[in-house]
Write a protein that binds this ligand. Structure first.
Ligand code: PGA
Length: 256
């Protein structure tokens, strides 16, 4: 497998943090620090902050993403946002199937698949999150589980559309806990995901496919995680809220 064949992507997942004013300030701090990044840089912000983020990112190399979208184009879905609403204001990325959506908001593999297809139809690039609980890891079913999540999520996604999909492997036990997967654990599961992509599509598609690690990735451990052959980037929660830390991870990705 050749790492040079795929693009590295570092995405911040701000979760439910920052208001529009704070968004402008943080992106203003991040932009000059990452201006020379050789990887793609994305900030996925709360819906309310999207216009402010797009404005602040104008003329920079930072792309703006949302953290979810609905599968219908419009209708009676109180509280939801359609994929075409996101593209209408210039959003280019969306996170789908984050474990917090699966755990707290009843997201299932089936709804993840519907949202992905809608997002791809609208022209968005998708960051699909997969990952196991600690119990599932201890049961030894991580790779099967992640394979199943991947297969269901990608049902009906064409090879052409796959070029706008990234998978973030995020072990649930590592998210926001300060407990990072070892570089070997991250590399192993990302490698297993690449094999699933090869089986679903082909070897060439798998080699070009970007797979991120996420879960307590920070300025200190990014180097080691990102040198793993199958880890092509990161989905960063807590550390993406600190400009210097986020920039340090981007530097590691550029060199990794
Ligand atoms: P964390 O979150 O970096 O704070 O662990 C990662 C994520 O949930 O995407």
């Amino acid at each position: 497998m050749n790492k040079d064949l795929r693009k590295a992507v570092i995405a911040g997942n701000w979760k439910m943090n920052k208001n529009p004013e704070q968004t402008k300030i943080l992106l203003g701090e991040v932009a000059p620090l990452v201006a020379n990044a050789k990887c793609d840089v994305v900030a996925c912000v709360p819906f309310l902050d999207l216009p402010a983020a797009l404005e602040a990112a104008k003329g920079t190399n930072i792309q703006i993403g949302a953290q979810n979208c609905h599968w219908e184009e419009s209708g009676a879905y109180t509280g939801e946002i359609a994929a075409n609403m996101l593209t209408s204001i210039g959003v280019t990325y969306v996170i789908i199937g984050h474990s917090e959506r699966r755990t707290y908001f009843g997201e299932t593999d089936e709804t993840v698949n519907k949202r992905i297809r809608a997002a791809l139809n609208a022209g968005l690039t998708v960051i699909l999150c997969v990952g196991e609980t600690l119990e599932q890891r201890e049961q030894g079913i991580t790779e099967e589980l992640v394979a199943l999540q991947t297969k269901i999520a990608l049902l009906g996604v064409t090879k052409e559309e796959l070029s706008r999909v990234i998978i973030a492997y995020e072990p649930i036990w590592a998210i926001g806990t300060g407990r990072t997967a070892t570089a070997e654990q991250a590399g192993e599961v990302c490698g297993a995901i690449r094999k699933v992509i090869a089986a679903l599509y082909d070897k060439q598609a798998a080699e070009a496919f970007t797979i991120q690690y996420g879960g307590s990735m920070n300025a200190k451990n990014a180097d080691e995680l990102l040198t793993q052959t199958d880890v092509d980037g990161g989905l960063i929660g807590g550390a993406s809220l600190k400009a210097a830390d986020f920039a340090e991870i981007i530097r590691a990705a550029t060199e990794g």
